[in-house]
Design a binder for this molecule. Structure first.
Ligand code: BGC
Length: 370
């Protein structure tokens, strides 16, 4: 099990990096980060005892017989693999027995996942953690699960506002754990805006970019697409979209899309925005195959801070990424599940901050990824 990124690192980075972030709670977040920075000397000890305290608070003995069902939209997704691995080991550290933790692969098919949820309900799990295949199916899933009196923690794919409002209005034991994807998009744009030439490699007064999107049904893809470009415009930078394609979060699809785009637009492309790092890895393969160099011919941005992408940031093959904190999110999801099991309630939205990753802090991020 990994420790959450130490408060020391996060607070220092958050203070320097959240300034100018476009998300609505920027002022509050920055103030909180500043406050955290003041107490930074206490942070390492706090981080070290975090797991032990959480386990003690959870009352390990009570959890040994509790059954938790976890539905992941697709096992082959790189980011969700990190997430579920961490979730499993954190649940075990809290006192759940490995044989009582069941994690299933929805294979990117909602019908398959709906069956899995039904099976979990029939088998009598005590709590469910669900990463929906389609967030638009959330209302149906919520109804199935709450009708069986099972508490529910959604992760990673956020249901819409109307659905979340219903949880509060009807006082349901349902919550969502995740980050606000607007923040990650904004940070991608800011990384470009902070470059000396502000992304305008050819000096023609505008930033010409291509966008490689994740699954368009996913709000993370929608917001990252919108807010990365918005961050540039908000800083008065002129932008030109040369291409916008759907790569479904997938490395191979992104590689072929970026190869096509490079064949069509060549060196006119100054920035390649990818909604996640898996696709940025594919984009890099296409960029190198076209004989171009990141940092000189083109800038490349992703999200997630996958280990390989961070190594690329370190060596200059990727301009930047944004840490999508799977450690904190998986721990918060498990903690929320435990609170429900103890008869306590949770807020209906449990958030988490993204962190910008550039050469300036990539070593800290790599260290925290272990
Ligand atoms: C991650 C992607 C992942 C997706 C799955 C996003 O938050 O950035 O890498 O594919 O979640 O839903």
């Amino acid at each position: 099990m990994k420790k959450a990124l130490s408060l020391l690192t996060v607070s220092a980075m958050a203070v320097s990096m959240l300034a100018g972030c476009g998300s609505s709670n920027t002022a509050a977040t920055t103030a909180a980060a500043t406050e955290a920075a003041k107490t930074e000397t206490a942070a390492p000890a706090a981080a070290a005892t975090e797991a032990a305290t959480a386990a003690a608070e959870a009352g390990s003995a009570d959890l040994a017989d509790k059954k938790v069902g976890v539905c992941i939209y697709q096992f082959s997704d790189n980011f969700m693999t990190l997430f579920r691995t961490e979730l499993q080991s954190y649940l075990e550290s809290l006192g759940f027995k490995p044989e009582n933790i069941s994690i299933v692969d929805g294979a990117n098919d909602q019908a398959t996942q709906t069956n899995q949820i039904q099976n979990f309900i029939t088998s009598g799990v005590d709590v469910l953690i669900i990463n929906p295949v389609n967030s638009s199916s959330a209302a149906t899933i919520t109804d199935m699960v709450t009708a069986a009196n099972i508490p529910l923690v959604y992760i990673n794919r956020e249901p819409d506002e109307q659905e979340e409002k219903r949880w509060a209005d009807e006082n349901m034991n349902v919550t969502y754990v995740g980050c606000d994807a607007r923040q990650s998009g904004t940070m991608q744009g800011e990384i470009v805006a902070d470059l000396e030439n502000k992304g305008d490699i050819n000096g023609d007064g505008k930033v010409s970019y291509i966008m490689i999107e994740g699954d368009p049904e996913n709000v993370d893809a929608q917001y990252r697409t919108e807010f990365s470009v918005k961050a540039l415009k908000d800083k008065g930078i002129e932008v030109e979209e040369l291409d916008d394609q759907v790569g479904n979060w997938d490395q191979a699809q992104a590689q072929s899309l970026v190869a096509n785009s490079l064949a069509q637009h060549g060196k006119d492309i100054e920035v390649v925005f990818c909604n996640n790092d898996a696709m940025a890895l594919g984009a890099l393969q296409a960029i190198e195959a076209a004989g171009e160099t990141v940092g000189t011919d083109v800038y490349l941005l992703g999200v997630d801070a996958l280990q390989e992408a961070c190594e690329n940031v370190k060596s200059g093959k990727q301009t930047g990424t944004v840490f999508n904190d799977h450690i904190s999110q998986s721990h918060s999801a498990a903690d929320a599940a435990v609170k429900y099991l103890k008869g306590e309630s949770n807020d209906h939205y449990i958030g988490c901050d993204y962190v910008k990753v550039t050469t300036a802090n990539v070593d800290d991020i790599l260290a925290s990824l272990g």
